[in-house]
Design a protein around this ligand. Structure first.
Ligand code: TMP
Ligand code: ASP
Length: 235
């Protein structure tokens, strides 16, 4: 299979495949960044862990009727995905206050939200992914109201499925980030990854952090956290 690099992000590489115009290879790297690239390092085996974790989660979502770009895992750190045009909106869904909700809005960390919050961030490394709203999205022409309503309802459905899936594995799903894309037929499908890089996971009993916050805030045992999430999901 001959592959050509199309795009390199902070944690993944995307390749086209000769003779397969509708598919891409998504490769997961060990590189980790935080605070819009200010902090940089490698987390050993992160690429392998995030490939496995994303595969398990996307398979669960597909089995429950969520349209995604996932096709199949082809090596330790690569998967075949459907080719999409990424919609430049990062969709964050929150169940428990943490991260920027605490820093920007003064929520108390750990406060269980009365209702999930869905937020939109402009996907732009240059601008540092600023928080924005529906009006900005329509004004920029990133999505129309029908598309954004579909993205929001899919996000809330994914939240319900994943809250239950993680609770059964003694993990609290605090918050997570999703990206959507348009496939070659123009349908909106879930893309990117779902992993400890893009979610906050807390142990149900101890509230211990089991995600990239261990890297962001130098909490130690970063590799162990990714491994533990992989192990709990593989059972
Ligand atoms: P935040 O509380 O820092 O805004 O993060 C919310 C969620 O989004 C958290 O699960 C981590 C994830 N996230 C990303 O996947 N990429 C990012 O660039 C940021 C800032 C957060
Ligand atoms: N992914 C972002 C970065 O690279 C931010 C984060 O995850 O904290 O810097």
């Amino acid at each position: 299979m001959e592959k050509t690099l199309q795009y390199e992000g902070k944690a993944k590489k995307i390749y086209s495949i000769s003779g397969k115009p509708d598919l891409y290879i998504q490769e997961f790297k060990d590189d980790a960044t935080a605070f819009n690239g200010l902090k940089k390092d490698k987390i050993s085996n992160k690429g392998i862990m995030n490939t496995e974790i994303t595969t398990l989660i996307f398979n669960h979502l597909i089995a429950n009727g969520i349209p995604t770009h996932f096709v199949e895992k082809i090596s330790d750190n690569e998967m075949i995905v459907k080719k999409v045009d990424i919609i430049k909106v990062e969709v964050v869904c929150r169940n428990i206050a943490a991260g920027s909700l605490v820093k920007k809005f003064g929520f108390k960390e750990g406060f269980v939200l009365k209702h999930p919050i869905v937020e939109y961030y402009l996907k732009s490394d240059e601008l540092g992914d600023p928080l924005f709203n529906e009006e900005h999205i329509y004004a920029l022409g990133l999505a129309n109201s029908e598309e954004l309503n579909f993205i929001k309802s899919l996000t809330l459905k994914i939240n319900e499925l994943l809250k239950k899936y993680f609770a059964e594995r003694k993990i609290r799903l605090v918050d997570f980030k999703l990206e959507f894309g348009k496939d070659v037929n123009g349908n909106i499908i879930l893309a990117d990854e779902i992993s400890p890089d893009t979610c906050r996971f807390w142990d149900s009993e101890t509230n211990e952090k089991m995600d990239k916050d261990r890297f962001r805030f130098d909490l130690g045992k970063v590799e162990d956290a990714y491994l533990e999430i992989r192990n709990r999901l593989s059972k």
